[in-house]
Structure formats: C-alpha cells, structure tokens
Design a protein. Structure first.
Length: 243
C-alpha cells in the first residue's frame, strides 16, 4: 500500500516526536551486539527526517539518549557517544543543504566534550534553516526537565499566583517548540518512558511492533495516516466539538 498517497497534506501534524526503540533486539536477531542495532538505526533517522520533510512536518523530536541511559555499560555508552559524533559530522552538510535546523534538549553538560562541541557547531551552522527542525533529546528525561523548570522559576522569584500552564511551558526545554500532536514509539512497547510528559498531554500516541532499524518512510507515513483517522478531542466530547 502506498501510504504517502493516502495522506491529507492539509492535516499533517506540525510536530512529531519519536521514541526510537528496539535497536538492541534488532541486533540480537542478527546475532550481533547492541551497538550494531544503533549503527543501523541511523538509516531509520534519515528515513524519518526525509518523510517528515516530504509531507511538511515542521518539528521532529527524536529521543536519542535518556538520562537513565548513562547507567548502561560504559562500553555501550562510549560507543553511542562516538556514533553520535560521527553521525553529526557525516550528516551535517546534507542537513544544511536540505534546510534542516538541528536543535537539542537535555542536560548538555553531561555530554563528552567532543560530542558537545560537534553538536554546538552543527546547531550554529544550521541555525538559519527553516525547512524543518530536527530536535535531539540527549541526556534527557522529562522529570529532570520539569525539576529544572521549577528550580529556575524559584530562582527567578516567580510568584505562586503567576504559575500556570503557560508559565511552566515557558520554562521547559521545549519552550521554542509547539507540543507534539503525534508521538510514535517503535518495537511494540507501550510506554512513554519519561519522555515529554508535560508536552504529550494531548498528543496522539502511536505504537508499532516494528523495531527501530526497520522503521522507514512507509512506516512513518503509515503512522501519519493513523493519526489522520482519529478525532482529536482535547478533553472535550465529540458533541462539544461538533457544536
């Protein structure tokens, strides 16, 4: 089935977030170590970004590395950081040529110096691009983000009476972006896993059994078609929406 042909381009989510899950399981099926799955998962990132650009998605957030991931074996963490650096260096020219602006959310202070340096360089080089914003969630967890927002509000003396949803949103790492309308998680797991807890309050959630390295443009379009088949209610009944 040609999922792209089924998409209504007048009803495309502005912001799609993805939990890229299943790299380790995919690698084990190949008889390889977990990092082999992460290497092959880079192609799924390319495919998702290309698909997003094709249909007019303006923000694509990828959960690349959580704060909990620092607890993984040192060898795996080092390999992931090395992969991140090499991927940024390799893909930067193409990202720039395609009008992609690279952004990042998370505790950047935890990243190795070379990783942090390459990331900053790539973000600076693509800062004026407007086709689509690719947001990497690195050393990120939503609880950490909310805790940081609360600390900053206290530090800046925000009065209790001034705290509301808009105030909190302005202090989150995602203040520059709209909330995702759609969150995709691969590999069959049906959890949010400490990812954008505040921002996903009214997002549509799409879970697929496809392991991340096998996620391609067609799978991305399939998720968009599923999104477009739903009636978004924002806490209201369908009768209220119709009225």
């Amino acid at each position: 089935m040609d999922w792209l042909e089924k998409i209504d381009k007048n009803n495309v989510p502005q912001h799609v977030a993805i939990i890229m899950d299943g790299n380790g399981r995919w690698a084990r099926k190949q008889g390889e170590e977990r990092i082999f799955g992460h290497f092959n998962g880079v192609e799924a990132v390319r495919a998702s970004l290309k698909a997003a650009r094709n249909i007019g998605v303006k923000f694509l957030t990828l959960y690349a590395f959580s704060t909990e991931n620092w607890n993984r074996p040192t060898q795996e963490v080092n390999a992931l950081m090395d992969l991140l650096v090499k991927t940024i260096v390799k893909e930067l020219e193409e990202l720039d040529n395609n009008g992609v602006r690279l952004r990042a959310i998370g505790d950047m202070s935890k990243l190795p110096e070379d990783c942090h340096s390459e990331l900053q360089h790539a973000m600076a080089q693509t800062a004026l691009n407007t086709e689509v914003e690719l947001i990497l969630a690195l050393s990120y967890s939503s609880r950490w983000e909310i805790e940081e927002a609360i600390r900053q509000m206290i530090t800046e003396g925000v009065a209790a009476n001034d705290v509301n949803s808009d105030t909190v949103s302005r202090y989150l790492q995602t203040a520059d972006f709209p909330d995702p309308e759609l969150m995709i998680r691969t590999s069959g797991e049906q959890r949010i896993s400490n990812f954008l807890l505040w921002q996903l309050a009214y997002s549509e959630l799409y879970f697929t059994d496809v392991l991340w390295p096998d996620f391609n443009e067609a799978e991305f379009y399939k998720a968009i078609c599923d999104y477009q088949s739903r009636e978004r209610r924002f806490g209201k009944t369908s009768e209220q929406i119709i009225v």
